[in-house]
Design a protein around this ligand. Structure first.
Ligand SMILES: CC(C)(COP(=O)(O)OP(=O)(O)OC[C@H]1O[C@@H](n2cnc3c(N)ncnc32)[C@H](O)[C@@H]1OP(=O)(O)O)[C@@H](O)C(=O)NCCC(=O)NCCS
Length: 189
């Protein structure tokens, strides 16, 4: 069977591409930023050997049709500056959850918004998803601000049982998402 081609995406400032071995050192640096990991609700890896498992899992989940994780490149920056992921629903093929992480040096330049906007365009226009969901800690103001700007609606507040963190669950439906993206095609950055 022919392998599914990885969907490479681009925006004015970013290229979103398949993760590779060369991303592991930058991934490890992001993943061991304790504040960033805490905001994202991610475990902090003990050593860089976890990067091989991170990459293998990303590739396997893509091959299995369970998720697409993009590495984010910025022109003029040698390492990937972050990742953005769509994880598909186990029971609902028309729904995916979106998550993103950028290296601290690149925060607050509108790049998270720019990447998320392009992934939503791909989710609704190419994959024809009906809904994209997202979760963020209630104290994660940057993430919640991105989601609000992109038109996500609040679904519910909940406590993450793994760490007791208060979190918000949001969703954007395809009909609303497509018209929002079409009415404002360029990111406001
Ligand atoms: C979440 C994250 C990807 C945001 O990326 P970013 O490129 O810095 O975001 P943007 O520059 O697009 O900014 C998003 C909005 O949040 C605002 N913002 C950013 N940091 C903020 C903060 N600490 N407090 C309040 N608002 C903040 C920005 O001003 C911007 O709003 P504006 O467009 O109205 O000015 C990045 O902060 C990150 O990687 N954080 C750690 C991991 C994480 O939390 N991932 C999300 C898991 S749900």
């Amino acid at each position: 069977m022919e392998a599914v081609r990885f969907p490479r995406l681009s925006t004015p400032r970013l290229v979103l591409r398949a993760p590779s071995e060369r991303d592991i050192p930058a991934w490890f640096a992001r993943a061991t930023d304790v504040e960033s990991a805490s905001l994202a609700g991610d475990p902090v890896p003990d050593d860089i050997s976890a990067g091989e498992r991170w990459l293998a899992r990303s590739r396997q989940r893509f091959a299995d049709g369970k998720a697409i994780k993009w590495s984010i490149d910025q022109a003029g920056v040698s390492d990937a500056i972050g990742t953005i992921t769509l994880s598909f629903g186990a029971t609902d093929a028309k729904t995916a959850a979106m998550g993103f992480v950028l290296a601290r040096a690149h925060w607050r330049h509108g790049l998270g918004s720019e990447a998320a906007r392009e992934v939503l365009r791909y989710a609704f226009e190419t994959l024809a998803l009906e809904r994209v969901t997202a979760e963020a800690a209630a104290r994660n103001f940057a993430s919640l601000r991105i989601l609000a700007k992109l038109g996500f609606n609040h679904i519910e507040s909940f406590i993450d049982e793994a760490d007791g963190e208060r979190c918000e669950r949001l969703a954007l439906d395809g009909d609303i998402g497509s018209s929002l993206l079409a009415s404002n095609p360029m990111p406001d950055c």
